[in-house]
Ligand binder design. Structure first.
Ligand code: PAF
Length: 281
């Protein structure tokens, strides 16, 4: 596996690979787990070469969030990526990604989609995500990029950005990897104590119940959301939101809508957990 932190060498290498085949890209913030590796595996199935990046992006963290404490495990991550047959790891410094002061950095904003759900709780977060992903796409120049479905809203923001800015990158969403308890794999699960780990699977269980009720035809979206939030709180989580939305645009659904997604975010100790389930009915 080639490892570089420099844009010139990254570009030269990817350019030569693209002359003879296609290149898939998996952007990450590191602290890798089996969910990330499933993205690399999916990337190998759709492309001749696979590039991954590791960059803890300061622009997407709000004041008081975990940017400083976010686990940086580059050596271990690089070994995991190499073992999965990743062709190139791009691990730039903050100076390479943002040579100017952050306040002077041009930003990419996807309006509407960025302001609801996680965007409402984390103002500026999706501007940070869209900006860094746009910049990484410009640096890597991939044909295809893969993201986890767990970050459903992030995936929608990126799809919309690519469409609105006519970026020639095909976006693929990859199914969420779960622990045997149902808990969605996430780097932030590392913040959970043993006791909290035992509670955390409640999030998926509650979402599964809502999804089931929707599949059975319930139209009482407000009632289901309120009941789910109560269940989370009763089990020791602190609900940020539970929302039933249109799967295609995250708008509030009309009765009878048949492609839905139920999304939730809840705090547990130092972690903010998110998860979602798509429902077709
Ligand atoms: O999902 C993530 O890990 C990050 O938000 C991403 C897409 C790598 C951008 O920093």
């Amino acid at each position: 596996m080639i490892t570089t932190g420099e844009v010139d060498s990254l570009r030269t290498q990817v350019e030569s690979w693209r002359r003879g085949g296609n290149v898939a890209f998996v952007p990450t913030m590191g602290n890798l787990h089996a969910g990330h590796l499933s993205l690399i595996e999916a990337a190998h199935k759709v492309a001749d070469r696979v590039v991954a990046s590791i960059f803890v992006n300061p622009l997407q963290f709000g004041a008081g969030e975990d940017f400083d404490n976010y686990p940086r495990t580059l050596e271990r991550d690089a070994a995991m990526l190499a073992a999965e047959g990743t062709d190139l790891l791009f691990a730039p410094s903050v100076r390479v990604m943002y040579p100017k002061a952050q306040a002077e950095q041009t930003r990419v904003e996807v309006p509407g989609l960025s302001d609801v759900l996680c965007g409402a709780c984390r103002p500026g977060h999706f501007v940070g995500v869209a900006t860094v992903v746009c910049k990484l796409f410009n640096m890597v120049q991939p044909d295809i990029a893969l993201f986890g479905n767990k970050d459903y809203q992030q995936l929608m923001v990126i799809r919309r950005m690519v469409q609105d800015l006519a970026m020639p990158v095909k976006i693929i969403g990859v199914e969420t990897m779960r622990e045997s308890s149902g808990l969605a794999m996430s780097s932030r699960n590392g913040y959970l104590s043993d006791g909290e780990r035992a509670i955390a699977p409640v999030l998926y269980r509650v979402l599964t119940g809502v999804a089931q009720a929707l599949r059975e035809g319930s139209q009482d979206f407000a009632g289901l959301q309120a009941q789910a939030a109560r269940e989370l709180d009763d089990n020791g989580l602190r609900t940020d939101y539970v929302a039933i939305r249109n799967a295609a645009d995250l708008l509030e659904p009309a009765a009878g809508e048949d492609r839905l997604v139920v999304l939730a975010a809840a705090f547990l100790g130092k972690a903010r957990l998110i998860d979602n389930i798509e429902v077709a009915r």
